[in-house]
Design a protein around this ligand. Sequence first.
Ligand code: FDA
Length: 497
Amino acid sequence: APGAHVPALVIGTGYGGSVAALRLARAGVDVHMVEMGMAWDTPGPDGKIFANTTRPDHRSFWLRTRTKQPLSNFLGFPLDKDVPRYTGILDAEEFGGITVYQGRGVGGGSLVNGGMAVTPRRENFPAVLPTVDPAEMYDVYYPRANAGLEVADVDQGWWESAACYQYARVGRKHAERSGFPFVFVPNVYDWDYMEQEAAGAVPASALDGEVLFGNNHGKKSLQKTYLARAVATGRVAVSPLHRVTSVAPAPGGGYRVLVERLDTTGAVTATTAVTADRVFFAAGSVGTSKLLTRLKATGVLPALNDETGKGWGDNGNVMCGRANHMWDATGSLQSAMPTAGIDNWAAGGVFAEVAPLPTGIETYASFYLSITRNPHRAAFSWNAAAGRVDLDWQTVWKQPSIAAARTVFDKINTKEGTIYRTDLFGSCKIWGDHLTYHPLGGAVLDRATDNHGRLHGYRGLYVIDGALIPGNASVNPFVTITALAERNIEEIIAKDL
Ligand code: FDA
């Protein structure tokens, strides 16, 4: 309500925001979560909440009139098509040199991601978060995050014979024949449900390709885990289709937060002000960085330090496909939830996910999303003339990622006598180097904030999402984002409340 006062306001409902809300509520603090995306709790005209990956519709993209598929082409045909402008689930946010894909809605990225729940190898952790004690993370907070997210391993016996993981077994075979370490990767998908899908006993979900625009059944998104527990405390209110535009010191103490109410065309239908004692920035790496950069530059929060908006990286994401021989069919049925990785981080700075290509037909393609050790870091800046926040990432900065990925896939191609696919990202283009799924940084821990996410310059303002991680996690990032949030909120509850 206008003029309302809340003890804690959380901007965004992704991993960082959900951890903050649950732990604050359990500590007896009333929490208001503000989320610009939709609630995603109501079926659409087809009886399903989420659109299928292969059949995008108005629900699929955030305020676009044309889809922007990560794989733009297939066998020479462009895949994108016109859709009605709507507050859909996947944002393909375009900056000068990179398109950053993000989830929009209650649950943030957990709504659209592949559910791959990877804890970094301990020896790599000091490079991920140099100022955090590895012992506390590996003894306490990674286990707490994995439990809270309900991370589980696939039953390897079932996996070995499941038709829907033929593509992953081909990925393993090719990795091992070239001498690369193969690893199973945990996931938040309900494996019992998937086995029932495979048996035809329940509606197909991961086995119907549901991932990028939401998953209607088996995936344990935050709506089913942290957020469900947070709401069950009775102390957490969530406002979907509300966007925070300003956080300013309030005359009587605390912060005055301006919130726009959106309709499903993205139009602003009302603006309200809420006063909050504490504000947690959990709008994701890009959302938090954009807000803080603008608020500092426009004099609303001038005491934020010069690290604000800096240290942003793409987690070294680069995609590619390989064309297999006909004896290495990858299967017309592919589970949308990845289970397999090639861990060549130590030797080549690459952790490659053996990714599905759930087209419903046999493609003889192997598809990979590589996470690489890329040294480039970008900065956000306020563009006053255009009234927006820019990011100075350059497309050529993906070259170290491509070079790293080549150390794995050139070798596999040589060994197997195969070639790269050139039809997935345009025509005659091997590398998907125009995008990231894993934005990280922009309000880096112990630089823009103290070592627990307290923003410098303002008591009661915190960052608690992927913006804290300085650009690279060495693996898929959400387990690390969750574990770091668990660590920081424990300290904040103990010392600040
Ligand atoms: P997150 O982005 O989750 O949440 C931020 C929320 O804040 C969003 O809901 C947003 O709408 C909201 N918001 C932003 N600005 C706002 C404002 N001004 N006012 C109100 N609300 C605002 N990771 C992984 O570990 N394994 C995987 O398999 C994958 N796969 C994957 C696939 C795809 C397609 C994508 C796009 C991403 C992944 N990821 C992933 C990445 C992972 O999803 C991502 O790192 C986390 O969701 C980031 O968590 P955060 O808490 O930082 O923000």
